[in-house]
Design a protein around this ligand. Sequence first.
Ligand code: IPD
Length: 262
Amino acid sequence: MASANLNIMIKAARKAGRSLVKDFREVENLQVSVKGAGDFVSRADREAERIIKEELRTARPNYGWIGEETGEDAGEDPTRRWIVDPLDGTTNFLHGLPHWAVSIALEHKGEIVAAVIFDAAKDEMFTAEKGDGAFLNDRRIRVSGRRQMIESIFATGVPFGGRGTLPATIRDLSRLMPLTAGVRRWGAASLDLAYVACGRFDGYWERGINSWDVAAGVLLVREAGGFVESIKPDQSPVESGQIIAANAQQFDGFAEIIRSRD
Ligand code: IPD
């Protein structure tokens, strides 16, 4: 049974999702501003973050907060904080591509303990709690059982502006593409991880990613039986900005390719 915190997160994600779906139909009226190369924010992102903050703050006034649009805000309880991307996949959203999601994670003493990723356009609600498994619309999900790279699909992302990571990602691609059934770059990191968790993708990696894009997805993949680490060994996959995730059978081989420097 879902905990009270997870129910609060689901409610907030659904409410924000409804607002985003409405805005998605009227993308041309969204007052888009450009934060940097390929880095957009619109009324839709801001409104979704406002809705989520209001819901979570009303229910748990003392928890801390970090959100893509409103930044960090320490709460009275230093052990717990929400990590929120109100609209992951903003560029897809603004181009009318139905591949974006709301991502909400709850961190307790530095560990992600509950996660919600809501793909409102497809009505897919991914949820997980530590020790309790991962679910898609209340049905248990697991990572894929594929053992061979040649039959597997991997996903990646390239942060807007590249953030200096482009040469390494191009090198990764030139190594991986001949060995796999394909590499996808779909533009929403939270969904890349959710898709690893439910076995649609077999692995995912990204260099230069933000904590709010991946915090919820990290727990989903682990609770679905997959492995997640930072590309930089011994660092946090949520905080280091370098992430690699895969099903259990393929993680080591995949990680070796992504981590090798020559
Ligand atoms: C972006 C997406 C994209 C990833 C970028 C992120 P945003 O998040 O997750 O897939 O490649 O690094 O910044 O900006 O749409 O919330």
